[in-house]
Each structure stands twice: as C-alpha cells, then as structure tokens.
Design a protein around this ligand. Structure first.
Ligand SMILES: [Zn+2]
Length: 401
C-alpha cells in the first residue's frame, strides 16, 4: 500500500512540470559559434519558452534544420540612435513631423535592425527610445531589446552638484545608461569640453546609483580625463593616442571606436544632412579626414594588449540595418581577428551592458537570442551581412531560407 502511494507520488512529481511546459523547439546548426570563442559542428540547440535549455550533439527531427548555416548569438550594438531617421522631407531635420510619424519611423528602424540580426541595442540620447523600449518588451512590436540613456549630459548641463542631481533624475526616469559628451563633435574638431570635475561628478554619481556610463570623446585629453574619472566606456576616439589606449586597457574601460558605418553613412547621404546644425561643408571636411584617421586608429586599438574593444556603430538616419558594416571594417582595416570581432558583438557586448548572464552567448539558461548566417563569419566576416534566420527570446522573427 505504502509502496503504491509512493509510486503514485513519483508519477505526479514527474508529470507536474510537463503539464505546464512550453513547446520545445530544436534548431540544427551546421556550425555553432557560442559567442565566447567556442565553435561546434553539427549542433542542436534546444529552446523552451524564451530560453536555451540544452546544446546537444544529436537530436531527433529538428524544428528548424539549418545544417547549411552558421548559428551564433543575436548580435548586440552598444551605440545606436534608434529614432534617428530621414523624415517626410527626406532629410535628417524631420521638419513638420508629428510625434506619430516619428514613432512609426522609429519602429521601422527597430525592425530593420532586428532583421539584420541585432537582437539588442543600446540607444543613446532620445526620449522616444522609452516608449519603443516598452512596446518591444511587451512583445507586440518586432525589434531588438532596447536599452537607453533617454537624454545626454554635456559641459553646459550644469555644475558638478547639478550634474549629480541630473544623474539621479535619469535613474528615477528609468535610464539604463548615462551618455556624456566630454568632447566636441568631430565636425567641430573634437576638442575636450567637460572639465575633470564635471566628469568626476557624473561618473562618480552614476556609479553610486548603479548606472553605467558612456562617454563621447575624440581628443586624447578628453578620453584620459573620462577614464580617470571612473567612466565605463569611451565612444569614437578619433584622436586617441597610445597613452589613452593603454590607460583604457589598464583600467578595464570599454572602447567603442566607430570606424565602419557612421561616417561612411554621413558621406553617402551628405545631401540629406548638409545645412542642418554642424553638418556644414567644414564639418563634412572633418569627417572625410576622420575616415583615414580612423583606419590608422583602429589598427592601434586592435593591437593594444588587453583593450576591451566592444561593438558599437553610432547608427543614425540611413544606417539602421547596416550595423554589421562596423565589424567588417574592424576586421579589414584594423586586422581584428574575425572571432574577436564576433565576441565583441556578443559576449563582450553583453558584459559591457552587465547582461553577460542573460544574452550574448549560446548556452543553457541564456535567452534564446540567436541568428543564422549564410557562410562562416570566422573565415569571411561579411557573412554577418547575410542573416537568414532571427530568433529573439525563443520567438522566430525571420526565416528567409
Ligand atoms: Zn552617437
């Protein structure tokens, strides 16, 4: 009698989790890149709900047989401007646009980015990012996971005390990161703008509030000041010098040079920007020079031992969906190893966002954010522009085989 009861209990315990289980999806990969440098031929990824539960070397009939493709984690871009677009007037000024029109253009950018295999982006600087972040998180709108700085801080934002207060306000408003301008735009020469005291105030307070920091900085002095102030990530860095590269490496600060997409996009779409703000002929002349400077800079950055080069594109109007161009340039111009470039856009990017236990790798327990590309990107980095399958959080958004 007791024995029967025990057996019945065991049956119940075994049956209980099965009853509530979500359907299992199995995806077969010809080649699997795990995002941390590992590679495996003929792997099966088992997905349940939004998570990866197992990576197996064999399985029964896969739901998606991608044996001719390479599967890797969904790509992560740590620096985009997801709402920036060419509006009704065909220009970046978006003259006469309504908030509803802006929202749809922003949704288009999110869609283009997701279809290009980017399942997470960090957008730096627009209030429009917040409702987009929420709409995508509700699961209704196709787009990458969005993290946002909501606003930006610069040398005119206030005194050190006022800056600390502004950081606390960002925290209260739900910012994921604090975006800081420590130097002028490249179109205005890129010189340092914020004082050391201002940088210490912003990055110190952000740290106290548990917020990450990203600093726009071109001049080497601005980069060094930001690193010494305890800021977490440096953007652009056209005029970075050897000392600044070494300092970032020593302090474990992420460096996100943008060498392959943003400036090329400005030059390609010059007529759509020219005449707006600092998009003057002089500004464009600075940007043309920056292309050559960047090609020298990225070689030095890649060759700096221990420097954490993370992927960010600074994608603006016209560039959304072409984010992988940045990785191609880092490999071609900077001689970065393709596998390192892939890591910079997956597990390393996830770590820079403090999300290294949730995204950026293919392993049990991680979100099922994965893409399949035509070709082996460790041999030919351009394969990252041939995205034929996109899954985010266990849901298939693209299957263009
Ligand atoms: Zn930017």
């Amino acid at each position: 009698m007791r024995k029967i009861q025990f057996a019945a209990l065991v049956c119940l315990l075994l049956a209980a989790p099965l009853a509530g289980q979500e359907p299992t999806i199995v995806i077969r990969a010809g080649l699997l890149l795990d995002g941390k440098g590992g590679a495996q031929r003929n792997a099966y990824i088992v997905v349940q709900g939004s998570k990866i539960v197992k990576i197996a070397s064999q399985a029964t009939t896969p739901t998606y047989d991608l044996r001719t493709l390479t599967i890797l984690p969904g790509l992560i871009d740590t620096h985009v401007h997801i709402s920036y677009h060419f509006g009704q007037d065909g220009r970046a000024s978006n003259r006469g646009e309504t908030p509803a029109q802006e929202a749809y253009f922003t949704a288009e950018n999110a869609y283009a980015t997701l279809m290009a295999g980017f399942t997470t982006v960090q957008s730096v600087g627009a209030a429009a990012d917040v409702p987009l972040r929420e709409a995508i998180a509700r699961g209704a709108l196709p787009g990458p996971r969005v993290l946002t700085s909501i606003r930006t801080l610069n040398e005119n934002s206030g005194t050190p005390d006022q800056l600390r207060e502004l950081v606390r306000q960002l925290k209260a408003d739900g910012a994921d990161v604090v975006k800081i301008f420590a130097s002028k735009s490249i179109r205005d020469g890129g010189g340092q703008t914020m004082t050391d005291e201002q940088l210490v105030a912003v990055c110190g307070e952000a740290k106290a509030q548990g917020l990450r920091t990203m600093v726009h900085a071109h001049a080497a002095s601005a980069i060094k000041a930001a690193v010494r102030a305890g800021c977490g990530q440096i953007e652009h860095g056209v005029f970075v010098d050897d000392d600044a590269l070494k300092l970032m490496a020593e302090r474990g600060v992420y460096f996100d040079p943008n060498v392959g997409l943003v400036i090329q996009n400005y030059l390609r779409n010059k007529s759509k920007f020219l005449g707006i703000g600092n998009y003057t002929e002089e500004g464009f002349a600075y940007m043309e020079k920056a292309v050559a400077l960047n090609n020298v800079m990225i070689k030095k950055a890649v060759a700096t031992p221990g420097l954490k080069l993370v992927l960010g594109t600074d994608a603006v109007a016209g560039a959304h969906g072409r984010n992988a161009d940045e990785l191609i340039a880092r490999v071609r111009e900077g001689a970065q190893k393709p596998m390192d470039a892939i890591i910079s856009a997956t597990s390393l990017a996830a770590k820079s966002l403090n999300l290294e236990n949730a995204i950026g790798a293919l392993a049990p327990g991680f979100e099922a954010d994965l893409i399949a590309v035509d070709g082996d990107p460790t041999r030919d980095i351009t394969a990252l522009t041939r995205v034929v399958f996109v899954m985010k959080g266990g849901k298939v958004y693209k299957n263009a085989r």
